[in-house]
Write a protein that binds this ligand. Structure first.
Ligand SMILES: Nc1ncnc2c1ncn2[C@@H]1O[C@H](COP(=O)(O)OP(=O)(O)OP(=O)(O)O)[C@@H](O)[C@H]1O
Length: 373
């Protein structure tokens, strides 16, 4: 391990390919812990004894060494209790590998939302509140304290990792810029991501902090309810979490959404408040969504949640024509109103999947950085 000195780049740790190969036993499948849109992730022990998550970026991301290191330099300077720590990287030949602090308890999507058989972590009420507040703090930091501010673009349960104390850490921030412009990050679970996307971003390509705040709102409701934003296994009227939340809010029955696995052991007033914050964050008009620092204040009781301000969330189904075949095994969904959604996707009974044509058109839409809301 050594440090590189390219003008302006001073504190990036560079690992040799050999060290990372040794750490992962030649990138053995046994040590592979995940696969994402950016590439494969391996667990390995570094020479200094630290356990790391080693992310091998896919071959498409052949950025020049200098550009790559410039971005890495920016990311490695961003440190916060609720952000995954980047140790350094490897840039030998065509390899572009990122080395992160390894987090023992996997992601929220694999634990809290992954079903009981996936793990034996019990997320009690206090832990859930702590996780919501931690994620909010991490995102507020990226949005308001880092200069220039960072829009994460991909806030979702699989990007929230948990350490041994279940402290949440946001991963993958700053990575979007590492991928060349002609190769937009194609998530492996594009369809799973749809439910987190603010419509003005998904349909119009407008990327602002408000799009992250929408995704955070969806995540917040997922954490309290213990379910994914889209669950095709549930009865049709319950499949879309935000729709369900809005419906229960209008009936003044929000508490009915709280995860039944808590067996009633939760603070009902706080739960209802958190769900209302989720609704504030997912409102259709980006302007109405609160900033992340306000969200932190509301979650921690330092600011009141103004009920009268909540307007209907932007719902994905407003942009889709849901065609439900009750007799068959599948629910077919035609997406309309957008050139983005010009092919048909299929939601099956087990998982949400999408044709690769749709996934590609979805992932390749133009992104405009625009703070004009
Ligand atoms: N620092 C880490 N510590 C422990 N496990 C990690 C770490 N980083 C990634 N992982 C594991 O690797 C998996 C894949 O991560 P990655 O961020 O590449 O993709 P993703 O977020 O799951 O999907 P996508 O790329 O579609 O957003 C994660 O879900 C997690 O299980």
């Amino acid at each position: 391990m050594y440090f590189v000195y390219i003008s302006g780049i001073h504190n990036v740790k560079i690992y040799t390919y050999k060290e990372l190969r040794n750490a992962t036993e030649d990138f053995s499948p046994v040590n592979k812990i995940g696969e994402g849109g950016f590439g494969s992730v391996y667990k390995g022990r570094l020479k200094d004894g630290k356990v790391a998550a080693i992310k091998v970026l896919s071959a498409e991301s052949r950025q020049g060494v200098k550009e790559f290191l410039t971005e890495i330099n920016v990311i490695s300077e961003i440190q916060h209790e609720n952000l995954v720590k980047l140790y350094g990287c490897c840039v030998e030949k065509d390899n572009r590998i990122l080395v992160y602090n390894y987090l023992e308890n996997n992601s929220l999507s694999q634990t809290l939302l992954g079903g009981r058989h996936h793990n034996n972590i019990y997320f009690d009420w206090r832990t859930r509140c702590r996780i919501c507040i931690g994620v909010a703090r991490g995102l507020a930091f990226l949005h308001e304290e880092v200069r220039p501010h960072i829009v994460h673009r991909d806030i979702k349960a699989s990007n929230i990792l948990l350490d041994k104390d279940l402290t949440p850490k946001i991963s993958d921030f700053g990575l979007a810029k590492l991928i060349p412009a002609n190769m937009t990050h194609v998530s492996t679970r594009v369809a799973g991501t749809i439910g987190y996307l603010a419509p003005e971003y998904a349909i119009g390509g407008k990327l602002t902090r408000k799009a992250d705040i929408y995704s955070f709102g969806v995540l917040l409701v997922e954490i309290i309810s213990g379910r994914c934003n889209t669950s095709s296994r549930l009865p049709v009227e319950e499949q879309f979490l935000l729709e369900r939340t809005w419906e229960l809010y209008e009936r003044k029955e929000l508490v009915g959404l709280v995860d039944v696995s808590l067996n009633g052991e939760f603070d009902a007033e706080q739960a209802s408040k958190f769900l209302k914050i989720g609704l504030l964050c997912t409102q259709e008009s980006p302007k109405l969504r609160p900033s992340m620092s306000s969200v932190v204040k509301m979650l921690t009781g330092k600011m009141d949640v103004d009920d009268s301000k909540i307007t209907k969330p932007a719902l994905i189904s407003d942009f889709m024509d849901l065609k439900v075949r009750r007799s068959g095994e599948t629910t077919s969904t035609d997406m309309k109103n957008s050139s983005l959604y010009n092919t048909t996707s299929t939601l099956d009974n087990h998982d949400t999947t999408m044709s690769s044509a749709t996934a590609t058109s979805f992932a390749n839409f133009a992104v405009r950085y625009d703070e004009s809301f």
